[in-house]
Design a protein around this ligand. Structure first.
Ligand SMILES: NC(=O)c1ccc[n+]([C@@H]2O[C@H](COP(=O)([O-])OP(=O)(O)OC[C@H]3O[C@@H](n4cnc5c(N)ncnc54)[C@H](OP(=O)(O)O)[C@@H]3O)[C@@H](O)[C@H]2O)c1
Length: 248
């Protein structure tokens, strides 16, 4: 697939969806800057597809600024994300709220702010955000995570308005269940197959990467603003009721 871009920066490229996106973009001929904290995983990605490892925390604004300043970024894939709590909001910790907001929401906005001046000056570029089904509809037990993803979706819609006339495109991909290590902190890697994936046929990271390539390959006058993708076995619907016991 031929893409109208030369260089991509992918955050969270050490694992899951980000790794698959980095491999797909490299396979399509782009120079890929692969951001993550796990140096060994980034080295293995480099061996697999040539993506250049950039060991950094997306919360480190100065480090992110140095990376953006040193390159001409055509495609920014804001993919890095954390899911630290899976349970009632009232049982969660203050630190988990801060970390999820910082990685899932603040860092993508700050990175977009850094990348946009160059894109606007060149009259082209593509900002990609990985949202979530948890940001599209309420998901009890994922209130903080869902709030960060809902904010990303709303931001994308507003940003497209701000960027009208600049030639810069904005795409949000909001997946349902994807097979990855996202639940390592809540379910644990040993139990995750049994809890989330067995018998479900989840979306695979490579499926998300294929969708992204399709959006990037569309002609310049077409902006795929949002893609929602679910396993064929998953639907988001319904409501919850708590009924108070009444004496009979
Ligand atoms: N899996 C799903 O069902 C699903 C569904 C909807 C949306 N998503 C979203 O998809 C994105 C990718 O998640 P995934 O499912 O592929 O999970 P994953 O395998 O856990 O990947 C998460 C990535 O984020 C990176 N990351 C986390 N904190 C970081 C930080 N402070 N600085 C730099 N990188 C950081 C991790 O890299 P390091 O540990 O090396 O830093 C890792 O590469 C996330 O935004 C997630 O919310 C996932």
């Amino acid at each position: 697939m031929s893409l109208p871009y030369r260089t991509a920066l992918v955050t969270g490229a050490s694992s899951g969806i980000g790794r698959a996106i980095a491999e797909a973009l490299a396979g399509a001929g782009l120079d890929v800057l692969a951001v993550g904290r796990d140096a060994a995983a980034l080295a293995s990605l480099q061996t697999a597809c040539g993506a250049v490892p950039v060991q950094a925390d997306v919360r480190d604004r100065a480090a992110m600024a140095r990376i953006v300043d040193a390159h001409t970024i055509d495609v920014l894939v804001n993919n890095a994300g954390l899911l630290l709590t899976r349970g009632k909001f009232q049982d969660g910790t203050a630190a988990a709220i801060e970390d999820m907001v910082a990685v899932n929401l603040t860092a993508p906005l700050q990175l977009a702010r850094l990348a946009l001046p160059g894109m606007i000056a060149r009259g082209r570029g593509h900002l990609v955000f990985i949202g979530s089904s948890a940001g599209r509809t309420p998901h009890p037990d994922l209130a903080v995570y869902g709030a960060t993803k809902a904010a990303i979706g709303h931001f994308c819609d507003s940003l497209r308005g701000d960027l009208l006339g600049t030639g810069v495109r904005v795409t949000e991909i909001a997946p349902g269940r994807v097979r990855s290590k996202l639940y390592r902190d809540t379910i644990g890697l040993k139990a995750v197959d049994a809890v989330l994936y067995d018998g479900v046929a989840p979306v695979e990271p490579e499926d998300v990467a294929a969708l992204l390539l399709t959006a990037l390959a569309m002609p310049a006058h077409v902006d795929v603003s949002r893609m929602e993708v679910y396993p064929t076995t998953q639907a988001i619907a319904g409501t919850r009721l708590h009924r108070t016991e009444t004496a009979s």
